[in-house]
Design a protein around this ligand. Structure first.
Ligand SMILES: [Zn+2]
Ligand SMILES: [Zn+2]
Length: 87
């Protein structure tokens, strides 16, 4: 709860949640930490894929049903639904 409240407060003020500098527009992080976060996420996703897990939710992928995908059926459906709403 504490950490979440802290983040929400920073978000409200438009400050980076990691260093309290001005956050980028539409972001909860400053330029430096957006970049850091992106790198960290990329590394994390790579690890999940190596382990044969969904890159979005982390559950183990099915060798047959999810063959060739880096996300599970649930996430693929979710993305698909999400996209169709936007378009
Ligand atoms: Zn920052
Ligand atoms: Zn998933």
């Amino acid at each position: 709860m504490g950490n979440q409240a802290y983040k929400n407060n920073h978000k409200k003020l438009g400050l980076c949640v990691e260093c309290s500098n001005d956050a980028l527009f539409n972001s909860i992080r400053c330029g430096k930490h957006v970049e850091n976060h992106r790198k960290r996420t990329k590394r994390y996703v790579k690890k999940l894929i190596v382990q044969g897990r969904c890159s979005r939710c982390g559950i183990l992928l099915d060798k047959d049903a999810d063959c060739g995908y880096s996300t599970c059926i649930n996430c693929r459906e979710h993305l698909y639904l999400h996209k169709s709403i936007i378009i």
